[in-house]
Design a protein around this ligand. Structure first.
Ligand code: ATP
Ligand code: MG
Length: 421
């Protein structure tokens, strides 16, 4: 059996974290069997390597490996993509077509984002998993296939089952073995290692000297939350590699590349960050999604514990920190004054600035006091103004306004109440 180290090298997996090693070991162990595997973990943790390892180390390695992104195929065509269709099965079906399950006979199918499968497709999938049988769309002939399925998801399947979006029986069939990949923030030792690897790859790619981090920059990197995990780390390494002239990067420079995502609370600050920090709508949406995902993961953990334990007060006691993290901000109607924990909502330059400059004849102590007071006031006004404008722009649609402001819907709701809007 190939060692974990050799597999990591072969599949370009960087890191020495024990949880990562355990996941790879599980993949190696399960590969020679035909057992279905469900790969779980947050977005960007590297789930896509696991099915490749499983296929390559299985007796199916000379068979086909087909990766299907279930979330990217329209609901109307997914059955036909997966199982094929007969000529005339629907408008446009001018010829009989084989689906992936027929083509991959003897091989492996990787069903990425499996939680996105429509319920009707789930029924067909269950049948293939149970006895290898499927029927083309528009046909009545039962066909046989021999396909190994590895699925992946970054959503909470229990939640999907509860909402009746995913069949429980299918979930259990798919997840005979579950391989969970840890988020990057739980692999602190690997963060700098991965960054160095990406920095050296990008130096080669862009034919520039490799960037190096100072100690304070490394500390910042390790402390950061990395909601987008390895994908996000690689993007940051690429941006810094391309944009920085000085190839030694300190903490202050690195900070400019790290979004402020530590909490759901927005704070209005003077325009110390450039407008471009939040100018890209996509970035704002990513940020909101990352925040939501992090909340969701915390809730997942809590739900799992509740399901496993059943004793609410005990779980409550053992998970005070988590509960505080998820619900804490809601209980607190005040602005958090801890600057480090604040999400920064940048004020665009065109926003009216409150004229708080006192006359020069006033004494300097009065000057200092007044600046502080007026600034706080003006900051609240500006925030109120931003929220109002955003709500107006989106005809009161909170979801869109929250996305534009880079805050969660929950925070926006709280602010609407707070400002009595
Ligand atoms: N351990 C690792 N070493 C090197 N690169 C990695 C590692 N893990 C992930 N990557 C890289 O990070 C990127 C994201 O990984 P991948 O696409 O597998 O994420 P994912 O878990 O499938 O995320 P999503 O749920 O969003 O699809 C890829 O470019 C991948 O090559
Ligand atoms: Mg993926």
């Amino acid at each position: 059996m190939e060692s974990i180290q050799a597999i990591k090298q072969r599949f370009g997996i960087i890191g020495n974290d024990p949880k990562l090693n355990r996941s790879i070991e599980k993949a190696i162990q399960v590969a020679p069997t035909d057992i279905s595997v469900l790969v779980t973990g947050e977005s960007g943790v590297g789930k896509e390597s696991i099915p490749k390892i499983i296929h390559q180390l299985s007796h199916r390695k000379h068979g086909k490996y087909i990766a299907v992104n279930c979330g990217a195929i329209p609901e109307g065509t997914i059955d036909s993509e997966l199982f094929g269709h007969e000529k005339g099965a629907f408008t446009g079906a001018t010829a009989t077509r084989s689906g992936y399950f027929e083509v991959a006979d003897g091989g492996t199918i990787f069903l990425d984002e499996v939680g996105e499968l429509p319920l009707t497709t789930q029924v067909r999938l269950l049948r293939v998993l149970e006895n290898g049988e499927f029927i083309k769309v528009g046909s009545s002939k039962v066909q046989q296939t021999n396909v190994r399925i590895v699925a992946a998801t970054n959503v909470n399947m229990f939640e999907a089952i509860k909402k009746e979006k995913f069949r429980e029986d299918l979930y259990y069939r798919l997840s005979t073995i579950e391989i969970n990949l840890p988020p990057l923030r739980e692999r602190k030792e690997d963060i700098h290692l991965l960054f160095r690897k990406f920095a050296s790859d990008f130096a080669l790619k862009y034919k520039m000297p490799t960037i190096k981090l100072t100690d304070d920059a490394v500390a910042l990197l390790v402390k950061f939350r990395w909601n987008g995990n390895i994908r996000q780390l690689r993007n940051v390494a690429e941006q810094v590699s391309v944009l920085e002239q000085n190839r030694t990067i300190n903490g202050v420079t690195l900070q400019n590349y790290l979004p402020n995502t530590s909490s759901n609370l927005p704070a209005v600050v003077n325009n110390s960050k450039s407008e471009s920090d939040f100018s890209s709508e996509r970035e704002i949406l990513y940020k909101v999604l990352f925040d939501m995902k992090s909340d969701l993961n915390d809730l997942k953990k809590l739900t799992m514990k509740l399901m496993e334990n059943g004793n609410i007060s005990e779980v409550q006691k053992d998970n005070e920190h988590l509960i505080q993290k998820i619900y804490g901000e809601d209980k607190d109607e005040e602005f958090d004054t801890n600057v480090e924990d604040l999400e920064v909502l940048s004020i665009p330059e065109h926003t009216e600035v409150n004229d708080s400059t006192p006359s020069e004849t006033e004494d300097k102590y009065h000057f200092a006091e007044e600046i502080e007071e007026e600034e706080t006031l003006s900051l609240h006004d500006k925030e109120l103004e931003l929220i109002k404008k955003s709500l107006e722009r989106h005809s009161g649609k909170r979801k869109l306004a929250a996305a534009e402001l880079g805050i969660s819907e929950r925070t926006l709701y709280r602010k609407i109440k707070q400002f009595d809007l």
